[in-house]
Design a protein around this ligand. Structure first.
Ligand code: ADP
Ligand code: MG
Length: 485
């Protein structure tokens, strides 16, 4: 039986704000347990929530970057459930009036085509605290840490429009890239600032109706998302192949067993007894606020990538790498302003600079060689002041010094020898002392020419322009021999 895979993702993103969504307590990651706790986070009687303006602005920013419609009227609701890390006994979330609807994420498919994955909605909500379990020899203890309670989240819900784990993976990557561009979150999956639940079902290809879905939680890496979906698809195929069916449920991904394991039967929204949050009145988002945020959005990665390809004539791969992070694209553009050479600058940034940045796992804006020095280095190559090979050694030197490329060239006497007379003298000398190579060349072994160029370059310590050397040698050796080797 040929099945079609149906995937919808629910993505929680922690907004990068100083304080929590409804209280002045710090929203930063970590800290000693229960040190970032205000009265609202601990649900002390009479403590009232107040919406953090910065949360609303970052949430709107995310919504606009994802091309959503921002609601003019929105409200918060109580989602009731009991858990020890939720002292209020309810989570403040949004139910029937989310602040953003529609929008979506464009993804590129393997066959070269593109697809727009629509969003259903985005809503704001607060995070819960954390339980820490310790298995003492005599007694099991559980501790409650409320540092995370009330941390601002947005939940981005997609339509069930992805058709493979690969599409889900690309969707998630693009989503992360966009949210990082607009600086609403670092989207760090390891620290939990981006969390993904995958809803998966399959149906015989050609069927119109959806079948029962399984929701998979606990996906804390991009790899896990892909593996868990693939595993789940096989599991469902297996159930159907036996003529059986299954109930809607929530499963957990076990990254060590590499399988999904049942957690609980899926709760329905009526189980939560949603009702409007009485402590936070429904409110209007002024249109001027929405427009002000819209006009301050930076150029987004997909648009920037196209611009790099069309205006700067960069290959798609280069444009993709250079626009993957806003900081990388800005580094590249700053270097380009000085070098004026799009492709060469791309090569230097993606190969040399990112080579080190990725190896050391640092952010490019923390890299010791700033874009000005890389731009200048490339300009020196293009002006014929230094060779590409020398440039590499200057780059090495810059890693540990703050000197400009010009200063290093000056201090080390690395300038290209432009004096043709001087090069000619060295060429003559090399021809003189490399009779063997000269004879091989004349006997038709044109490989010998390379050896001669190499000898001249060595003699000039790499400072001669290889093309000049090549031309001079050919001139002196006479026309190229008949190829017979
Ligand atoms: P819940 O709160 O029950 O998880 P949501 O509406 O928040 O419900 O999210 C449901 C998610 O499941 C959405 O991302 C949606 O696209 C996806 N989904 C719905 N039906 C299916 C299905 N049959 N197969 C796969 N995904 C589905
Ligand atoms: Mg949900």
């Amino acid at each position: 039986m040929d099945y079609e895979v149906i995937i919808g993702l629910e993505v929680h993103v922690q907004l990068d704000t100083k304080s929590k969504i409804f209280s002045p307590a710090a929203a930063s990651f970590g800290g000693s347990p229960n040190t970032h706790v205000a009265t609202v986070c601990a649900a002390l009687p009479g403590a009232l929530p107040v919406l953090n303006e910065d949360v609303l602005e970052k949430a709107i920013t995310a919504g606009l970057a994802l091309e959503c419609k921002i609601a003019n009227f929105t409200k918060f609701d109580r989602k009731n459930y009991f858990y020890p890390d939720l002292p209020k006994g309810y989570q403040i979330s949004q139910y029937d009036k989310p602040y953003a609807t529609g929008g979506g994420v464009k993804i590129a498919l393997k066959d070269g085509s593109e697809k727009f994955v629509n969003l259903t909605r985005i809503h704001m909500e607060e995070d819960a605290g954390k339980l820490i379990h310790s298995h003492d020899s005599s007694i099991n203890k559980s501790y409650v840490d409320l540092n995370r309670a009330g941390t601002p989240l947005i939940e981005i819900v997609s339509e069930p429009e992805m058709r493979s784990s690969e599409e889900a993976y690309v969707y998630l990557n693009n989503l992360k890239s966009i949210l990082r561009y607009v600086r609403v979150s670092d989207c760090n999956m390891e620290e939990g600032s981006l969390r993904c639940d995958a809803n998966v079902s399959i149906r015989p290809r050609g069927d119109k109706e959806f079948r029962t879905r399984i929701e998979i939680k606990n996906l804390n890496s991009f790899k896990a998302v892909r593996q868990a979906i693939d595993y789940e698809v096989e599991w469902q195929k297996d159930v159907y192949s036996r003529g059986e069916s299954f109930k809607q449920m929530t499963k957990l991904w076990d990254a060590s067993l590499l399988k999904t394991v049942p957690m609980r039967s899926k709760e329905m929204s009526h189980d939560y007894r949603y009702f409007p949050e009485p402590d936070l009145p429904a409110f209007e988002i002024p249109q001027e606020k929405i427009e002000a945020i819209r006009s301050s959005l930076p150029e987004l990665p997909s648009k920037k990538k196209l611009r790099f390809m069309n205006e700067l004539q960069l290959p798609e791969y280069d444009a993709e790498v250079l626009t993957s992070e806003r900081e990388i694209s800005e580094y590249y553009e700053s270097a380009l302003q000085i070098s004026k050479d799009p492709k060469k600058t791309s090569n230097w940034v993606k190969d040399e600079v990112l080579g080190i940045v990725n190896k050391e796992s640092i952010s490019i804006d923390k890299f010791s060689v700033g874009p000005e020095r890389i731009g200048k280095l490339i300009a020196l190559i293009n002006q014929g002041e230094i060779s590409g090979k020398i440039a590499k050694s200057i780059f090495e030197e810059m890693l540990t010094s703050t000197n400009s490329p010009e200063e290093i060239v000056e201090a080390k006497g690395l300038k290209v020898v432009r004096d043709d007379k001087e090069i000619e003298r060295i060429v003559d000398q090399v021809l003189e002392s490399n009779q063997e190579s000269v004879n091989s060349y004349k006997a038709g072994k044109d490989r010998a020419l390379g050896a001669l160029v190499g000898a001249v370059m060595k003699e000039t310590k790499g400072k001669a322009d290889p093309k000049t050397v090549n031309d001079l040698l050919l001139q002196k050796l006479g026309p190229a021999p008949q190829k017979n080797s």
